[in-house]
Design a binder for this molecule. Structure first.
Ligand code: ADP
Ligand code: MG
Length: 684
């Protein structure tokens, strides 16, 4: 249960004065639903106002606050023309105050002739004269703040408006007990939570206040991970000791890479312990994670347990199923697949097999942890592309075992070192930092989209050599529909030239349809597969050695890297063509150049973080919710070590959440909404 003290912060913004239907929309667009969202909507910058007695040339470009007396109005017969108010300072210098739109009546009321007013705005030079466009006008004695916060905005919202709402939110904010370790707080000279919040909104340049608030967020995150970790470790799982009898039967056409062998040893070591494994296997696309997973699954089966493998999409689930069946062919191991699409008799049969233990390995989408699915003895869960799943979903699956099963999570999204601890601090890490031999790096070229005809010609030559290709369509907007239209249009255009050798797959398709398209492509019946980003993860067709990505500048680097990883899987040279729009920002240019320069996913991840910030990287990770709202990448890497130590200290020495500081820390968990996974785990 959320501590009562937080109730005012979790109240809806509608509870604040002046928040009606007109503001509801812009607030919603800014992601502000509750009072605490307002507080966490921290300023992105500020303006300084220079208090002045006299108008001065040297202030041009600055925002000033000054007392002026209006002496004349200059209006025009055209209603479109601006209203100009001539005003003088106490030394007789003049300035024109310019108002566009709305006619002169309002302006005359606001600035009556010969009555001094405090006025503020940016002083500009207009020909020989000084002017201020749309100045703010205070009352006779009303003055302006010297520093005013600038907030990230949307249409229908101004910084002033937001500032006023934040003020109300601050007035409601309670004093919260301190969760930061006292010596750390003293050493950093950090204020208490509420004071820090107040200070940051009053002065966005207050780095001490900002750091404290960012620390709270990172601390809550690390604490949640530490609790998950400690809790998992405490639970008695079941040691799975494989005897090698199944693995010995494997006939692989190649040797494990050093990194694969090392990872398998690490996993084997974990499985042999009774404390459940919590391990993350990181490896770039094509580094061979599936084989490592297969070995882990076999160890579990050798030890007499069942194992499940969870994939984020239908396509991937089916593909893993096929791969495992091929790899484990001839072994006395029963494998089944279960997705949301499997219904009726087949599904019943699978459920029976799981319950009576005749199915050893189950592959599927999250359908595999629905209520109805019960296992005789689930010992290991492998989660592929684990960033697609939240902590909560992983926990649910773990709750399926009689004893908590071991967990192996896999990700092909290389994570910058600085972020690994924040994202996966609860897990041990294995890295596949070595590619299987014989891989040639994908050759990447960046082309203007105006050259699309040339690209289509090149595609024609490619197809006539019997090779296959992907054509990825742009992410037009957030909306799936517009993505789809773009993909359909492209598929139609290509089909007019290449006929039925063009396939189309997109997220709106039904499962069976999707599989059929994929199957035709895998079998080589179609030559080019037009796709929205559904092919992003995992799909493996070695004969596809060309990938064209339209509007590449609209994708994140990590995503581009994933997409590019669809080719270069079969040995032989592969090519990636990135089509870019006409006008590119510096950053977009730099990002595409990096793609051309390197195939190293870890390096791309580090650069992506540097060029773009952690927002997107982190934002997509936890079921679409931004993971850190206050901690910028810089603050995150600066504060992470202390926050991690502090969280562990609290768990190991200071009595966990039950001690005095723990009670306060519990509040931090709720404040930053890191309670879900923890609660689930406790009840599970
Ligand atoms: P990912 O890590 O992206 O999931 P996969 O497991 O799909 O990578 O492996 C990519 C390709 O590399 C597959 O075709 C697989 O058969 C092959 N592969 C895996 N391990 C090795 C190895 N040790 N030697 C050669 N090829 C390998
Ligand atoms: Mg994979």
């Amino acid at each position: 249960m959320r501590p009562d003290i937080l109730n005012p912060l979790f109240a809806e913004v509608e509870a604040l004065k002046g928040v009606g239907p007109a503001l509801a929309k812009p607030l919603d667009r800014l992601g502000i639903a509750r009072v605490l969202d307002l507080l966490f909507h921290v300023p992105s910058g500020w303006v300084d106002r220079w208090p002045r007695d006299e108008l001065m040339q040297s202030d041009v470009g600055r925002t000033i606050a000054i007392t002026l007396t209006p002496t004349d109005y200059r209006t025009s017969s055209s209603p479109r023309a601006p209203t100009r108010v001539v005003a003088t300072d106490q030394h007789g210098n003049t300035v024109a105050l310019v108002f566009f739109g709305g006619g002169s009546g309002r302006v005359r009321k606001l600035l009556p002739l010969n009555e001094p007013r405090r006025v503020s705005g940016r002083l500009d030079q207009y020909g020989q004269d000084l002017q201020i466009i749309h100045p703010e006008v205070g009352g006779e004695d009303g003055d302006f703040r010297e520093r005013e916060a600038i907030y990230p905005l949307t249409e229908g919202m101004t910084s002033r408006r937001l500032g006023a709402l934040v003020e109300q939110a601050l007035a409601r904010a309670p004093d919260l007990p301190e969760w930061i370790e006292p010596s750390l707080k003293a050493q950093r000279d950090w204020p208490a939570w509420r004071e820090a919040m107040t200070r940051l909104h009053a002065d966005p340049a207050d780095t001490v206040a900002r750091a404290r608030l960012a620390y709270d967020e990172v601390f809550a995150n690390q604490l949640a991970l530490s609790i998950v970790r400690a809790d998992t470790r405490k639970r008695r799982g079941r040691a799975l000791q494989g005897d090698g009898r199944l693995r010995d039967l494997l006939r692989l056409p190649y040797q494990l890479t050093g990194a694969q062998a090392r990872s398998v040893r690490e996993i084997e070591g974990d499985l042999a312990q009774s404390a459940p494994m919590l391990r993350l296997l990181q490896g770039d696309v094509g580094s061979g994670k599936t084989l490592v997973a297969a070995m882990a699954l076999l160890i579990a089966v050798e030890a007499g347990a069942q194992a499940a493998m969870l994939a984020p999409t239908e396509i991937l689930a089916r593909q893993h199923y096929e791969t495992l069946r091929r790899t484990l062919a001839g072994l006395p191991v029963e494998i089944a697949v279960l997705t949301g699409r499997d219904k009726g008799r087949a599904r019943e049969a699978t459920l029976m097999g799981l319950a009576d233990g005749s199915i050893h390995i189950l592959v599927g989408t999250h359908a595999i942890f629905q209520e109805a699915v019960s296992y005789r003895d689930l010992g290991l869960v492998v989660v592929d592309e684990q960033h697609r799943f939240g902590v909560a979903e992983r926990m649910l699956l773990q709750a399926k075992g009689r004893t908590p099963p071991h967990l192996l999570a896999m990700t092909a999204t290389p994570i910058p070192r600085t972020l690994t601890l924040a994202l996966h601090g609860e897990m041990d890490q294995s890295r596949l930092d070595e590619m299987p031999p014989g891989r040639e790096p994908v050759e990447t070229r960046v082309l203007s989209e105006e050259r699309v005809d040339e690209v289509i010609n090149a595609l024609g030559r490619h197809l006539s050599e019997g090779k296959q290709a992907y054509w990825v369509c742009p992410l037009v907007e957030e909306s799936e529909t517009s993505d789809l239209q773009a993909a359909e249009a492209r598929a139609a255009a290509l089909a007019s030239r290449f006929g039925d050798r063009v396939g189309l797959v997109h997220g709106r398709m039904k499962g069976a349809e999707k599989d059929a398209v994929m199957a035709r492509f895998s079998a080589g019946e179609t030559g080019v597969l037009v796709a929205t980003t559904v092919i992003e993860v995992g799909v493996d067709v070695p004969n596809a050695t060309l990938i064209v990505i339209e509007h590449a500048d609209r994708f994140g680097l990590a995503q581009l890297h994933q997409l590019r990883g669809r080719v270069g899987r079969g040995g032989g040279r592969s090519v990636c063509l990135l089509l870019r729009g006409g006008s590119l920002s510096e950053t977009a240019r730099a990002r595409l150049a990096l793609m051309r320069e390197t195939n190293d996913g870890f390096r791309i991840a580090e650069e992506d973080l540097r060029l773009r910030g952690a927002g997107e990287l982190l934002g997509t990770r936890q079921s679409g919710e931004a993971m850190f709202r206050l901690a910028t990448p810089e603050l995150l890497s600066e504060l992470l070590p202390a926050a991690t130590d502090d969280a562990r200290l609290l768990i190991d020495r200071d009595g966990g959440l039950n001690g005095a500081r723990g009670q306060a820390a519990r509040i931090a968990l709720y404040l930053f909404e890191r309670d879900a996974g923890v609660a689930l785990l406790r009840s599970g």
